[in-house]
Design a protein around this ligand. Structure first.
Ligand code: PMT
Length: 404
């Protein structure tokens, strides 16, 4: 399986919090994805988790004592600070955050970070009152001013029994911020608008017309763009998915709401990707009461929704904005794609082959053909996550971004 972490060198600084045990799972995940993981533990961290746990999971020795390491002549803090792709402090206690904010170099972790020439990410985890204390707020502000990336903690019930901000986020969230730091930022400076998911057109308070879009394709495109350095806004119809970390999500339900949200946001975008499956029609009448089943048939009048993509094709400033459409087709993929590319005045269209059960709506994999004004490229059948990166590769490699 392809992993963006393969071959990357991540140094994780673990400090003294009950959340330290969660980071063992992160080390394990990174090692499985063939990253090289070095763990530095503070003395307090070792009261919560034994160094042997991290050593077993990473397959490497754990750095836990500055002077022991220096006696071996390895100058470990300088080596780790130089060789790593990034340093991640997780969980970061109020104490360690304060030490970092004030430039203390009183153990191996703080010394390594002070010497770091690579991106530093900090995941605060502590009691909510400690997190909200003005001292911690001020210290985190200082870390941001130093250029460290502070990942906001989650909110919820804590080990101490209190509820609020201060929980260590899950790895699927944190990993996206780490990837953004270690991957090529070939979409840096781009402001990207993505639409995803289905729309729902209600006809009574209980029922609606919709389609099988799960949002997976659009969410993957938005997440990949964030990892590659872009600012991303995702306009999403109703899905069961969590918005990708770092992405601004605008939830909508109907095609008309999606239309309003797109029209309110498209101007600031340099790339617009319309992966949503928008309902072409809505019910002319929305019943206030649930429709009773008192006859054997039901007549429903439908009216056309605006074709958002087509309208964008006419108003989009093509000299500064790249307009990317999607299409779901079961035959004549290339001809149908070419037709939509021209009719909707697009720069690029991604045509899904929906004949296969393993492509198109709802599934985790996809098979798309990319058609721009100069070429047609058939992408391999692969995961939607990988397809999203291949789509961005195509855009970057063929210099389709405006201003190139
Ligand atoms: O969400 P998943 O389960 O992961 O599935 C992904 C997907 C199959 C939904 C996605 O990859 C996809 O193909 N989306 C577009 C499907 C579609 O609605 O195709 P279409 O041929 O009806 O529309 C063509 C384009 O016009 C699309 O970019 C669509 O967003 C846009 N459109 C359509 C109708 C409308 N009223 N307004 C629009 O903007």
């Amino acid at each position: 399986m392809f992993s963006s972490f393969a071959g990357k060198h991540i140094v994780i600084g673990v400090t003294g919090s009950i959340a330290a045990f969660k980071v063992a799972g992160w080390v394990s995940a990174l090692a499985k994805e063939e990253a090289l993981v070095d763990v530095i533990m503070t003395a307090a961290a070792q009261k919560f988790v034994a160094p042997l746990t991290f050593a077993s999971l990473s397959g490497r020795r754990v750095f836990d004592d500055m002077f022991a390491a220096e006696q071996e002549g390895t100058m470990s803090h300088i080596g780790l600070a130089r060789e790593a792709d990034c340093l991640l402090v997780a969980p970061a206690t109020a104490q360690t955050i304060a030490r970092l904010a004030h430039g203390l170099a009183d153990d191996l972790l703080t010394t390594t970070i002070l010497a770091a020439q690579v991106p530093v990410l900090v995941c605060p985890a502590m009691n909510v009152k400690m997190y909200e204390h003005p001292a911690t707020v001020k210290n985190l502000k200082i870390l941001k001013e130093y250029g460290y990336h502070v990942i906001e903690p989650d909110s919820g019930l804590m080990a101490c029994g209190e509820e609020g901000l201060g929980r260590l986020p899950e790895w699927d969230q944190v990993s996206q911020f780490v990837l953004r730091e270690i991957l090529d930022k070939d979409l840096a400076g781009q402001s990207i608008l993505v639409t995803a998911g289905p729309t729902r057109e209600a006809y009574d308070p209980a029922r609606y017309l919709s389609n099988r879009s799960s949002g997976k394709m659009g969410y993957a495109i938005a997440g990949a763009a964030f990892r590659r350095g872009a600012e991303v806004t995702l306009i999403s119809g109703p899905t069961a998915l969590e918005p990708p970390p770092g992405v601004t999500c605008i939830p909508v339900t109907t095609a008309l709401q999606m239309y309003e949200a797109v029209m309110g946001n498209y101007q600031k975008a340099s790339v617009i990707v319309k992966a949503a499956a928008v309902a072409d029609f809505r019910c002319t009448e929305q019943h206030r009461e649930k429709i009773k089943k008192d006859s054997s048939s039901l007549m429903m009048e439908l009216e056309a929704n605006p074709d958002i993509l087509k309208e964008l094709g006419t108003i989009c400033e093509h000299e500064r904005q790249l307009l990317v459409g999607f299409a779901a087709e079961s035959s004549n993929i290339e001809q149908e794609g070419q037709k939509k590319l021209k009719n909707k005045n697009l720069d690029l269209i991604a045509v899904n082959d929906i004949l296969s059960d393993a492509s198109g709506f709802a599934v985790d994999t996809n098979q798309i053909t990319l058609i721009d004004r100069n070429r047609t490229v058939i992408l391999p059948h692969t995961s939607k996550l990988r397809t999203a990166d291949l789509l961005w590769n195509h855009i970057v490699d063929h210099k389709l971004l405006k201003g190139n």
